[in-house]
Design a protein around this ligand. Structure first.
Ligand code: DON
Length: 303
């Protein structure tokens, strides 16, 4: 299939939609991003690439990083990772605290904030350089050096009151081993990784390749772990919009409040869209439409 003209037509159809929604303002550094941007990139499992719009502009990957920290956690801990994290969709916003009390500090899944904070805690244990370890993994997967945007990380550390509340709440249940500040330092930095659509399409390629590295073919995750990550993205990757995403798009997806969305079509390709205007559930409005158009035009779906 010739994907290049398809991505170009999606980029022009989605351009007017970049006016819709609003940039995330609760993180001051993200509030300054120009909303009228749109990028789209894909990479097939055999390394073919296509892109349109601002596909090489870097943006804050935010919650998309939760898949990458989960991958590092699965590599390091295997089954033990699941001792303190569930795998059920929450049906609640990504930063909700309500279930944590009923469920004694055990987050529903690793892709909501509480779950990613629990993963960060496990990564900090026994690794004095956890931030650097994660950055190294992401750079290796992307095939190029990836950096933290310090301004975004600092901005979030100064204003992330809900995440501090959540981490302290989990700590009160004995479900965090490390000091809250250390755990959140990793969490805020992972969210502040700065990457483009093209870099993300490369970095996430292992999820379309049964866990094999896009360049070296080495095992990043085994096939069973890879299926599990994709299943979590489908059911939990877009929070309380996961049902709507499955209904309209039907692909494992992970979104972030920077406006990026990564989608995986196992055995075929990874597709990444970015546009900063977010709808009410914290998902990019133009990005979501772009994914829907891609599935309509190509008929590629897991269903
Ligand atoms: O912790 C936060 O609220 C942000 N750093 C990440 C949230 C996010 O990206 C949710 N995704 N749609």
């Amino acid at each position: 299939m010739d994907f290049q003209p398809i991505l170009e037509s999606i980029a022009s159809e989605c351009a007017p939609l970049t006016r819709e929604g609003a940039v995330a303002t609760y993180i001051p550094a993200l509030a300054r991003v120009d909303q009228r941007q749109f990028g789209i990139a894909l990479r097939t499992v055999d390394g073919m690439e296509a892109a349109a719009g601002s596909a090489t502009t870097r943006f804050s990957i935010q919650s998309i990083s939760k898949v990458l920290s989960l991958t590092l956690g699965m590599q390091r801990l295997g089954e033990r990772l699941w001792e303190r994290i569930g795998r059920e969709p929450s049906g609640d916003p990504f930063n909700s605290l309500v279930q944590l009390e009923h469920e004694h500090g055990v987050p529903r899944n690793p892709l909501i904030n509480a779950g990613a904070i629990a993963v960060a805690d496990r990564l900090v244990s026994g690794d004095a350089h956890a931030k650097e370890s994660l950055r190294a993994l992401v750079s290796d997967l992307a095939g190029t050096p990836i950096a933290f945007d310090r301004e975004v990380a600092n901005s979030e550390a100064a204003t992330g009151f809900r995440n501090f509340a959540m981490a302290n709440f989990m700590k009160s249940f004995g479900k965090l081993d490390n000091p809250v500040d250390e755990v959140l330092d990793l969490y805020f930095h992972q969210c502040a990784l700065s990457m483009s659509c093209a870099e993300l399409a490369h970095a996430f390629s292992y999820l379309a390749r049964d866990g094999r590295h896009p360049d070296s073919d080495q095992v990043v995750l085994d096939p069973k772990q890879t299926r599990r990550v994709n299943a979590l993205m489908l059911t939990c990757g877009t929070y309380d919009a996961a049902g709507e995403f499955a209904f309209r798009i039907g692909l494992p997806c992970k979104s972030g409040v920077g406006g990026g969305i990564v989608a995986v079509i196992p055995d075929r390709l990874t597709l990444v869209v970015w546009s900063p205007g977010l709808g009410p559930t914290g998902n990019s409005v133009a990005g979501m439409r772009a994914l829907e158009l891609f599935v309509e035009k190509t008929k590629l779906s897991v269903f």
